[in-house]
Unconditional design. Sequence first.
Length: 135
Amino acid sequence: SKLGDMAPTGQPNGMNMEMSGQKWSSLNQEYKSRDGKKTVQFLVVAGQMAPQVQGFQSMVAMNMNMETGDQIIKTVTVSGKKSMLTLDKQSKSGTLMIPVKQDMVVGLTLEPAASAADLTSLAQQIPISKFAAMK
């Protein structure tokens, strides 16, 4: 299915992990704009012990907001969820991590991304409630 005006390229990539009795899984899908100028990596990660879920939770817990010459990291609200946004000024790319539920995070990496609005407007297209209903 599409993401805004972007269509998927190729097949989704999935992975299931088990380590020390803990399980998590991830799914990655690439999308491209019709003109080929924009690329999005869409990621869904489920499982309390997944590194992405752990990293997200610690950043949100710290209410991280930071700006350097190279990077902006800030907390934004997407679909009512407290989310983490990172913009890399050098590579003109951005990542947005959105918590779907306690042990599930959805991530978007957009290239190029010039502003936070580039990511948040795209994130509005994600059916968060559908992911939240997944077991």
